[in-house]
Design a protein around this ligand. Structure first.
Ligand SMILES: NC(=O)c1ccc[n+]([C@@H]2O[C@H](COP(=O)([O-])OP(=O)(O)OC[C@H]3O[C@@H](n4cnc5c(N)ncnc54)[C@H](OP(=O)(O)O)[C@@H]3O)[C@@H](O)[C@H]2O)c1
Length: 288
C-alpha cells in the first residue's frame, strides 16, 4: 500500500513514519506539497499515485485561530475541501483529522461519533467545516478521525510543543503551577494513535465516515499534570483552577471525552492514557 502523508514533521506524522512497517509512506516536504497550494497537491497525487492520502496538517494554535479566523478557515476548511476534490478526481481514499473541539462539552458521558456537534470557538468551527467538506466530496472513500490532546515525541511546532513537554519544562521554573480543572479530556499519545491508524487502514472500507480515536479513560488537565509529575518523580505543587472553560474570551468545552465506538466494534482499541503517558515518559525522558 502506498500512502501519501501530509505533515511528516508533526507529532502524528513522526509517529506514523517511525512505527510503519507495512506500507510505503511517501512524505513530501512542505516545500513540495503545501496543503494550501492546490497545484502542489494535484502534482503530488498524480505523480506519486498513492492508494491513500493521510492529512495530518492543520492550523490548530487555538488563540491564533481566534485572532486569524480567515487563516484558520483557509487551512482547516478551504485547503481540506480542495484536497477532497482532488481525491475525488483521482479516486483516492482520504484520511484526515479533526478534533474533540467540534463538541460543546455539555454532555456528561463520552461523545459518540453520531452525537450532534456544536463548536464553541473558531478552531472547532473551522475543523467542523473541514469534516463537512470531506464528506460532501468523498462520501464513500474517506475517514475523518477525531482525536484529543495529542502529544508525541517531536512536539507540535505550531502549538509550541505539547502539554507534557511544556509541563515538564515548567517544573524547572515554577515550584507551584495553576492548571485548569474545568476541562475533562483524554490526552492521547501519537504512537498509540498511529498504531490504531494502521489497523484502521486495514478496515478502511468498513470505517468510512467519522471515527473517534483516543486513549482510554479521562482526566482534567490538572489531574494529568499531577500524573506527569508523579511519573517523573517531581514534587512541584499542582493547584487545580476552575476558569469555567475560558482562555481570555475563547471558550473550550468542559467535557470532550470521545468514545471510540466504531473502532472498538472492529476490535481496534487504544491503551489507557496513564499507560500511554508512562511509555511516552520512558522513551523521551528515560535519562532524565
Ligand atoms: N495536537 C492536538 O492536541 C490535537 C488535538 C485534536 C486534533 N488534532 C488534529 O490532529 C492532527 C495532527 O496534529 P499534530 O499535533 O500531529 O500536528 P502538528 O504536530 O502541529 O503537525 C502538523 C504538520 O502539518 C504540517 N503543515 C502545516 N501546514 C502545512 C501546509 N500548509 N502544507 C503542508 N504541511 C503543513 C506541519 O509542517 P511544519 O513542521 O512545516 O509546520 C506539520 O508537519 C491535526 O489535524 C490536528 O488538528 C490535534
Amino acid at each position: 500500500m502506498r500512502i501519501l502523508l501530509i505533515g511528516k514533521t508533526g507529532q502524528l506524522g513522526e509517529s506514523l513514519i517511525r512505527l510503519n512497517n507495512n506500507h510505503e509512506i511517501v512524505a513530501p516536504s512542505r516545500e513540495v506539497l503545501d496543503l494550501r497550494d492546490v497545484n502542489s497537491i494535484r502534482k503530488s497525487i498524480s505523480t506519486l499515485s498513492p492508494d491513500i492520502i493521510i492529512n495530518t496538517a492543520a492550523f490548530h494554535n487555538l488563540p491564533e485561530c481566534e485572532t486569524h479566523p480567515l487563516q484558520a478557515f483557509s487551512y482547516n476548511f478551504v485547503a481540506v475541501q480542495n484536497l477532497s476534490l482532488i481525491c475525488k478526481e483521482y479516486n483516492k481514499f482520504l484520511i484526515s483529522f479533526s478534533t474533540d473541539y467540534v463538541f460543546d462539552g455539555t454532555k456528561q458521558t463520552p461523545y459518540n461519533e453520531n452525537d450532534p456537534i456544536n463548536p464553541l470557538q473558531i478552531y472547532g468551527l473551522s475543523k467542523a467545516a473541514g469534516e463537512l467538506a470531506v464528506f460532501k466530496h468523498c462520501p464513500d472513500s474517506s475517514i475523518i478521525i477525531r482525536t484529543c490532546g495529542l502529544y508525541g515525541i517531536t512536539g507540535s511546532k505550531s502549538r509550541g510543543g505539547n502539554f507534557v513537554d511544556n509541563r515538564i519544562s515548567d517544573a524547572s521554573q515554577y515550584a507551584e503551577l495553576e492548571i485548569s480543572s474545568d476541562q475533562t479530556v483524554t490526552p492521547t499519545f501519537t504512537d498509540d494513535l498511529a498504531n490504531a491508524l494502521f489497523k484502521v487502514i486495514k478496515h478502511r472500507d468498513a470505517l468510512v465516515g467519522i471515527l473517534h480515536l483516543v486513549n482510554e479513560g479521562s482526566c482534567t488537565w490538572a489531574d494529568f499534570t499531577k500524573e506527569i509529575y508523579r511519573q517523573m518523580g517531581l514534587t512541584n505543587l499542582v493547584i487545580p483552577i476552575n476558569r469555567e472553560g475560558y482562555s481570555g474570551t475563547m471558550k473550550r468545552p468542559a467535557y470532550s471525552v470521545l468514545n471510540n465506538v466504531r473502532a472498538k466494534a472492529l476490535g481496534i482499541t487504544l491503551p489507557h492514557w496513564n499507560d500511554a503517558l508512562n511509555r511516552f515518559i520512558s522513551s523521551k525522558y528515560k535519562n532524565y
